[in-house]
Design a protein. Sequence first.
Length: 389
Amino acid sequence: MMTGNFPVGKLQQLDTPFYYYDLDLLRHTLGVIADNAPERNFNVHYALKACAVPEVLHEIVSAGLGADCVSGGEIRAALEAGVPASRIVFAGVAKADWEIALALDADILCFNVESIEELEVINQLAEKKQKTARVCLRINPEIDAHTHRNITTGMPDNKFGIPMADMQRAVDTCLELPDIEFLGLHFHIGSQITDMQPFRNLCMRINDLVEQTEKNGAVVRHINVGGGLGINYEHPNHIPVADFDAYFNVFRTLLNLRPDQTLHFELGRSVVAPCGSLITRVLYVKQGKEKRFAIVDAGMTDLIRPALYNAFHRIENISANGLAEQTYDVVGPICESSDVFVRNFSMAVAHRGDLLAIRSAGAYGEIMASQYNLRRLPGHITSDDINRV
Ligand code: LLP
């Protein structure tokens, strides 16, 4: 089996667990995005929630992407990384007053607003500061993304967005409120979507909703289709880049976009997931009554996706030199039975001290780490750091 290209000799000398970011792959991915979305009115805002490591942000900013933020902390990180305020959008179902104030002070491009109540609060705070808040309304388009229940967002029972039935009232409120400027409509249907059909369905729905909104007298200048493009977790070496070609083509061909309208994307996972791996060391190989366990020094505190979403991450024994394989449950040291990275998984025979790479962990990996069990947070190192030493 093909394995990733890891500088094992150098990684071997570091304290584990830690995240390793392959910046060459990230730069390649950013090039693919630029090639597949060359239109001047296509704007990609990177969703910082996926990974906010400064070295990673630096590459993303250098490639000219904007930022999609969901907290005051993310807005600060985006500004510090050099994202121009004019490329920052701010989403979130519950923006606190201080976060709204911060965004107004920074003069960000746009608030993605999720309720009429929120519109009124933003208007009040903008009035106090004698500013105008530009907003898109996040509409719940009721499109099934057919992804994991915990990461689908566009269904009627989700807390996200304004119901379609209330859209007109929300647009009218925007037009009435003196310190709100209505820019357009925002959507996001879920994450890790690899089948293009939900995105096609979203386009059809957006065309209808834009038409409806404009019939009622508002002008839709921004259409924000959110994020959600998935990656291939099964084959990180064979398919290391998401299918940006197919993705952007859906919107290019199916959305009725006028030249005076801009199209906005909020991609997170597809930008950064493949470039990150969690590097962990085998502490013990233990033969249980029915199973063989490879017990490693990383746990669900370092990468929670398998425990939280039952997500699959390919694991490679990057220290192995033989071809022989064995079946393992790869588990961590946390006092929780859900602290399992993978079950019944065949990989190169593992010994105490071997390094394992838990792949495709660049998105929603390090950023979701916790200190449960009073563990240290995982650190990180990049391929550029390794090349320098
Ligand atoms: N825009 C909005 C409004 C979002 O809620 C999200 C993700 C994105 C953009 C970026 O979506 P992406 O391109 O990354 O799919 N922790 C979960 C994923 C949570 C996604 C939350 N929202 C996981 O590890 O799978």
